[in-house]
Design a protein around this ligand. Sequence first.
Ligand code: GLP
Length: 261
Amino acid sequence: MKVVILDDAHAVADYGADLFREQLRKSPASVFGLATGSTPLLLYKELIKSNRKGELSFAEVTSFNLDEYMGLAPDHPQSYRHFMNREFFEHVDIDPANTHVPPGDADNPLTACGEYEDKIRAAGGIDIQLLGIGRNGHIGFNEPTSCLVSRTRVKTLTVETIEDNARFFSEDEFQPQLSITMGIGTIMEARLVVLLATGESKAAAIKAMVEGPVSAWCPASALQMHPSTVVIVDEAAASKLTNPDFFKHIEAQNQALLARL
Ligand code: GLP
C-alpha cells in the first residue's frame, strides 16, 4: 500500500486524476471502477477539464460504479446513477451505454448482483478502481463485518452510514437502508486501486486501514493485501497515522527516482 500525504483536497484530486490520465494514455479503452460521495468530486472536475481541453478522451472507456441504493430508480435525484450522470458522465465524451451502475430498482436484486459481476468479467476486469472511504472504514457499501472476499451483493447499511448520508435526503424523503455493492473480493481484483480521503473525519478510518490489523471490522484494511493500491490523503486525514513523515520520505524518494529515469 503506497500512502501519499499532500497539503489539501485539491492536491489529492490532482494526484488521483494524474493516475487516471496515465491509465488512459496507456490504454484508451480502459475499464474504470468509479465511486460516488463528496470526496471524488474534485477529481471528476479535473478529468472533465482535461476532456474539454481535448487532452484526453473517454470515448472508448467502460465504467462500473461501486454501489447503488436499493429501492431508488436511476432517475431518482439521490440515486448514485443520477449522481454519476450529473457530476461526471454528462460532461465528458464517455458513451452512456458503456457506463454501469448496479441496478437499485432491479426486480430481482440477487440475480442482478451476479449479472453485474458477469459484466465486469466480460469487460476484462477493472483496470483502475477509484475509492473513497466511510468514517467506519467501509469501501463501496462494504460495511464493517463484511466478508473480505465478498462479491457484488445486497448489503444492509449501518446506522452510522445512514446518518452520514442523511444530509442528501430531505426529512420526509425515503432513505434506503439497503444497497447493492461490489464486494471486497470484486474490488481486490482491480489492477490498480486509488483511494482518496480528505478531512479530519476520515483520520481514524485511514489509520485503521493503513496500520491494521487486516480485519472485517475495517473493510478497507483488506487493501493491505492488494498488490497495487495508492492511498492519497490530505494532512487532516493523515493526522492519526503513527509515522506520517515516513510516508512523505518514501514518496520523496519515489519522485526523485522517477525524475532520474
Ligand atoms: C458512501 C459511498 C462510499 C463513499 C462514502 C464516503 O457511503 N457508498 O463509496 O466512499 O460514502 O463518502 P464521502 O466521500 O462523501 O465522505
